[in-house]
Design a protein around this ligand. Structure first.
Ligand SMILES: Nc1ncnc2c1ncn2[C@@H]1O[C@H](COP(=O)(O)O)[C@@H](O)[C@H]1OP(=O)(O)O
Ligand SMILES: [Mg+2]
Ligand SMILES: [Mg+2]
Ligand SMILES: [Mg+2]
Length: 358
């Protein structure tokens, strides 16, 4: 697809993605401010989903379709409308429809109001299987729903896959301090909150406020001694094996305690140098989805970082809705990756030895 001379690659798609994520963030902030129990549902896999997860997916689908009119539309997204079509879901569907139409009316970009059927169809535009050929949007409408429900960190994570490769990513992090996560403890430093991270292949990574301040280039930290490194990991103990990551940190000689926050906001914080390492080792059998890592990984790599699985391989987003990767994911700078991988692989060997029958 030819593009006007001088335009960086995927400029139109990046602009559309930022607009989509920023609008979805507005709906999520409204819901998080006044969330009530009836806004929260539990899915068949026992994970939570809220009216905001659904509303965010509708708005992202709508904006992308409005802003990108060439080519076919394909999106791999976390949510689907199955539970909303069941008896008893009328009220939550009504709430989602109201939220979406109110957000659209306040924004004013599109003179449109969606019916409930249009809401359900927009959610179901995310059913693509993705894969190694063609272009596919990849969306986690709220990454870190548990954090969202708890009033903590969450992210709207949108990426574009082109011929199996992640070529752009946008992370909307409404609760992340705009400057640095050093004051995550919520100490009122008067810090502006809300950060929009974005990256396109070969163009670096940027951060701006959610209301569209001029973007600033970001880069990962340059720490090369693990003793001076801090690391990010999941807030949820169930999402990563803390005894394992604790043993890796010890092997590395990391002194600082882990900074535990929900969602891909950790990739954004790492990309701007707030910490040196992000790793994640879910329990055996957990299958990582591509929407949980596509946007975050390109923000880090375009900020000069590296993202690998525990075997030191790049993450492979071309295999459908799930990531084809070995145990665990590590994101850090180029200086630290070799020693982190070495410690992880030693710890895996010890864990296998410890758990294998003598
Ligand atoms: N049991 C689980 N183990 C690991 N990750 C999970 C699990 N259940 C859900 N997730 C998803 O993985 C991510 C966990 O990352 P983190 O703990 O860093 O927030 C979340 O995005 C969550 O997706 P979601 O919240 O979009 O449903
Ligand atoms: Mg979920
Ligand atoms: Mg997720
Ligand atoms: Mg999600």
């Amino acid at each position: 697809m030819s593009r006007p001379a001088g335009n960086p690659p995927y400029a139109a798609e990046l602009g559309a993605a930022k607009k989509a994520v920023a609008l979805a963030a507005r709906l999520c902030q409204t819901v998080q401010r006044e969330i009530v129990q009836s806004d929260i549902q539990s899915k068949a896999d026992k994970t939570p989903v809220t009216v905001a997860d659904y509303g965010s997916q509708v708005l992202v689908s709508l904006v992308l379709n409005k802003e990108i009119t060439s080519g076919s539309f394909s999106m791999v997204a976390e949510e689907d409308s199955e539970d909303l079509r069941k008896d008893g879901a009328e009220e939550i569907l009504e709430r989602i429809t109201d939220l979406v139409n109110k957000t659209l009316a306040e924004d004013g970009s599109y003179n449109i109001s969606l019916s409930k059927e249009a809401i359900l169809s927009a959610i179901d535009t995310g059913k693509s299987e993705g894969g190694p050929s063609g272009r596919h949007w990849v969306l986690d409408p709220i990454d870190g729903t548990k954090g969202f429900v708890r009033g903590g960190q969450y992210a709207i994570a949108l990426a574009l896959l082109d011929e199996g490769r992640v070529v752009l990513g946008v992370l909307g992090c409404p609760n992340l301090p705009f400057t640095s996560t050093s004051n995550l403890s919520g100490s009122s430093s008067g810090d502006q909150t809300g950060a929009l991270f974005s990256a396109a292949i070969g163009c670096g990574a940027e951060v701006q406020s959610l209301d569209g301040s001029p973007p600033q280039k970001i880069s990962v930290c340059t720490i090369d001694n693990p003793a001076n490194a801090s690391f990010f990991e999941s807030y949820e103990g169930a999402h990563t094996m803390r005894d394992f990551t604790g043993s890796v940190a010890e092997k590395l000689g990391v002194q600082a305690p882990p900074v535990r926050i929900d969602s891909q906001a950790k990739y954004g914080a790492l990309a701007r140098g707030d910490g040196a390492i992000y790793w994640r080792f879910p329990h055996e059998g957990y299958r990582e989805t591509i929407w949980d890592h596509a946007a975050g990984s390109i923000v880090v790599t375009e900020a000069g970082g590296v993202v690998k699985d525990a075997s030191g391989n790049d993450l492979d987003f071309s295999k459908g809705r799930f990531l084809d990767r070995d145990t665990g994911i590590i994101a850090t700078n180029k200086q630290l990756m070799p020693s982190v991988l070495k410690s992880v692989q030693e710890a895996i060997k010890e864990k296998k030895l410890a758990s294998s029958p003598l």
